[in-house]
Design a protein around this ligand. Structure first.
Ligand SMILES: [Zn+2]
Ligand SMILES: [Zn+2]
Length: 379
């Protein structure tokens, strides 16, 4: 396919090139199967993408397993906008398939080699712009996010709903210990790392009273982190009783005095829940907003109260590389203390992706997993 070759050779990231996607009929042996998102409420399209020739610092990774994040489901259902065509899925556990002649290194500076079991930051940042240098690499002026944005040019393999993904140079890559189960490791680079960013923003929670809003994967993870880090009390607020009892398995306390919280973290995105929770914040409380990642109403907040109570309010969006390091370390040390492995309630092959999406929308489990390397017959 000479035309495609030419497109790849002339690619620079600044150019807005048409996507390199072929329909499954034009299959070639070297193709990589991907489920491509075109528009909301339309089934993903199976395409074979060319296997890229690696440039220095790039890594071709086989997708072992990818859990569907809430944001993926919001995009597919049309509750959230995403440019397309794109390959969704960012909560990925992978195994290095091929490295370039100048292999990328992991966060410890060790070169990657085929067979390494890895996770990586969703965000690839330049490391040189004012935002990167100012401590917010996740807001880099040249940011790329895996599982987001258009799948195009030679970086078309950019998401987890495919057999393989191409990691760009300067990706933050961490080797995942063998003892960490696939299903537990997948969300490390999304939910777990974001929760770590929230805790790193508030500092120590030892002896503190912590209120968490929203018992999804982030809230449950936060309950486990608060418990592990010695919070005096960890309260969970969620309208679903079954989620509340699940939260107790992650360390949340059952009956608790609903006032005087030193730390309030919202993962629900519910403005009503946040307003109610703020009423129960203690003097000097740290209030962390994480969940409102879609268009939402304004929130009522009285400035005099913020001042007189000396509150600190933090907004957390995505995370920095150090938070991902903390996430992998936390899961490695604590995944057996809390039932993280039970949070993925079903697994599907890549060919079954539409079933996976329907299952997730209908049953609203904490997570479902997609395992591209597995054929339909194995399921
Ligand atoms: Zn996510
Ligand atoms: Zn930057």
């Amino acid at each position: 396919m000479p035309e495609r070759k030419k497109m790849e050779e002339s690619f620079t990231p600044e150019q807005d090139l048409p996507p390199v996607l072929t329909s499954q009929e034009e299959s070639s042996e070297e193709g990589v199967l991907a489920a491509v998102f075109h528009e909301a409420k339309r089934p993903l399209e199976f395409c074979l993408l060319p296997r890229p020739e690696l440039q220095p610092g790039e890594t071709l990774v086989r997708v072992v397993c990818c859990t569907l994040c809430g944001s993926d489901l919001h995009t597919i259902a049309g509750r959230r906008n995403e440019s397309s065509p794109s390959i969704l899925g960012h909560e990925i556990l992978g195994v290095v398939e091929e490295v370039s002649n100048e292999p990328a290194v992991d966060v410890h500076g060790d070169p990657l080699k085929p067979g390494d079991r890895i996770t990586w930051s969703i965000c690839v940042s330049c490391g040189r712009c004012d935002r990167c240098l100012g401590g917010l690499p996740q807001k880099c002026r040249h940011l790329h996010k895996y599982g987001h944005g258009r799948a195009e040019g030679r970086f078309a393999l950019s998401g987890g709903l495919a057999e393989a993904i191409l990691l760009r140079p300067d990706s933050t890559i961490i080797k995942v210990p063998d003892e960490l189960p696939d299903h537990v490791a997948c969300p490390a680079n999304c939910a777990t790392a974001t929760v770590m960013a929230a805790f790193n923003a508030v500092g120590s929670v030892e002896g503190k009273r912590v209120l968490l809003l929203g018992a999804g994967l982030l809230g449950l993870t936060a309950a486990a982190v608060a418990t592990y880090r010695g919070a005096d009390a960890t309260a969970m607020s969620d309208p679903a009783p079954e989620r509340l009892s699940l939260a107790q398995q992650f360390g949340a306390d059952g009956q608790i005095d609903p006032s005087g919280f030193d730390v309030v973290m919202d993962f629900s995105g519910s403005v009503d829940a946040i307003e109610a929770a703020i009423e129960s914040a203690n003097i000097g409380a740290k209030i962390v907003l994480v969940g409102s990642v879609m268009k939402c109403d304004d929130m009522k907040l009285n400035p005099e109260q913020v001042i007189r109570k000396c509150w600190q309010i933090h907004g957390i969006h995505n995370y920095a590389p150090a938070d991902l390091v903390d996430a992998v370390q936390f899961l490695t040390e604590q995944h057996q203390s809390f039932p993280f492995a039970e949070l993925v309630s079903a697994e599907f092959s890549l060919e079954q992706i539409d079933h996976a999406i329907r299952y997730a929308e209908k049953h609203r489990p904490i997570r479902v997993a997609v395992r591209p390397g597995v054929s339909d017959e194995d399921h």
